[in-house]
Design a binder for this molecule. Structure first.
Ligand code: UT7
Length: 333
């Protein structure tokens, strides 16, 4: 028997704010309608974090506390906190540090990962290698985004898409043969121009002009991103299945990034999966960027069984994309 350590997800936690923004609310804000939004994206409503001074750490911290409670651990047992986000509380310090402080993870070090909608898979893969190294025993991987902070609610092409949420998983050395089995991550910086927030970084620091030009909001060329997303997410998922000798029949669940129902359907088709094997909650939360995949795991946790094969797949800004093969390590309640 090999002594190789396998990393396993041993708990899932999440937090969604109470306030809802429905398609009908948006109809009153921009020139759009419920029918267009549902048929083009699959979204019906999103959650919005309200309150002055509240940020992504206020989505991440309750998700981490939820996870610790479910696993029956104290936050002081966490070795490392990785937060995937593109809506950090501030440019620095890292949101992960703030989350550690808010939950009382006094023995953890933490840092942020910026890979947009693929951020959770990037962070999960990194956390997996940290557990596999034998050096760390409890790594928390958070996907959290307060997208409402960077959405222009006068731009009908983007404001209908995004919502706020935080969700997290705990990685530990596996106690059985199951866990994170494989991962393929990709990036292509030439896609950066199609989905970005131009100002507020070192190239274009905030000025009255950048504010007036609305350059502190999400800019997206939706059609271009859509085309790359359909191909990227399906290609990488197919490649992951092929190199692990898996067919659609072997997969219990596809856990896709929730950006557009049509992108999800295309990926499931390519993988030969029936719709009942696909986790979809985009209708209730919209695109919560780094939070979509762990939020799905959280909602479906009770239905998951030990040994279930899951393919987690994402595509997003950067461009970044990837797919991860998980053999679920515990039975849901
Ligand atoms: O998670 C990160 C990665 N992001 C994505 O994966 C998003 C990828 N893109 C998409 O999901 C889709 O491109 C959108 C949902 C953003 C847009 O759907 P689409 O089918 O690509 O629509 P479109 O941009 O081609 O627009 C079609 C029409 C246009 O009108 P004309 O030019 O045909 O007259 C738009 O002006 O729909 C119009 N339109 C709208 N109409 C009503 C655009 N936004 C809206 C709106 N309500 N909110």
């Amino acid at each position: 028997m090999s002594n190789k350590i396998t990393a396993a997800i041993t708990a899932v936690g999440a937090y969604v704010p109470e306030d809802k923004l429905t398609n009908f609310d948006l109809e009153k804000m921009v020139d759009t309608n419920d029918e267009w939004i549902r048929t083009r994206s699959g979204i019906e409503e999103r959650r919005i974090l309200k309150g002055e001074g509240k940020g992504t750490s206020d989505l991440a911290a309750p998700a981490v506390l939820n996870l610790c409670e479910k696993r029956g651990i104290d936050p002081s047992e966490i070795d490392c906190m990785i937060v995937a986000t593109v809506t950090a509380d501030m440019l620095f310090p890292a949101t992960a540090n703030i989350v550690c402080h808010k939950v009382g993870a006094v023995n953890a070090f933490g840092f942020d990962i910026s890979a947009a909608c693929s951020g959770f898979l990037y962070a999960l893969t990194l956390g997996t290698t940290m557990i596999e190294s034998g050096r760390y025993k409890k790594v928390v991987v958070v996907g959290a985004d307060k997208m409402s902070a960077i959405v222009d609610y006068t731009d009908r092409t983007t404001c209908i898409l995004f919502g706020d949420a935080g969700a997290a998983v705990l990685l530990e050395p596996s106690e059985n043969e199951y866990g994170i089995k494989d991962s393929i991550l990709r990036s292509d910086g030439s896609g950066g121009e199609y989905l970005k927030m131009k100002a507020g970084g070192s190239c274009y620091p905030a000025t009255a002009e950048t504010v007036a030009n609305k350059e502190h909001y999400i800019y997206q060329e939706g059609k271009t991103v859509f085309k790359f997303a359909v191909k990227g997410m399906a290609d990488v998922s197919a490649e992951l299945m092929e190199r692990n000798n898996l067919t659609g029949e072997d997969i219990a669940w596809l856990v896709p990034h929730q950006a557009n129902l049509r992108i999800i359907d295309a990926t499931a088709n390519r993988m030969g999966l029936s719709p009942d094997k696909v986790m979809i909650n985009i209708q209730r939360y919209g695109n919560t960027t780094a939070a979509t995949i762990p939020l799905c795991l959280w909602e479906w946790e009770n239905q998951l069984k030990k040994g279930d094969k899951l393919v987690l797949a994402a595509f997003g800004g950067g461009f970044t994309w990837g797919a991860t093969l998980v053999e679920w390590a515990y039975d849901g309640k």
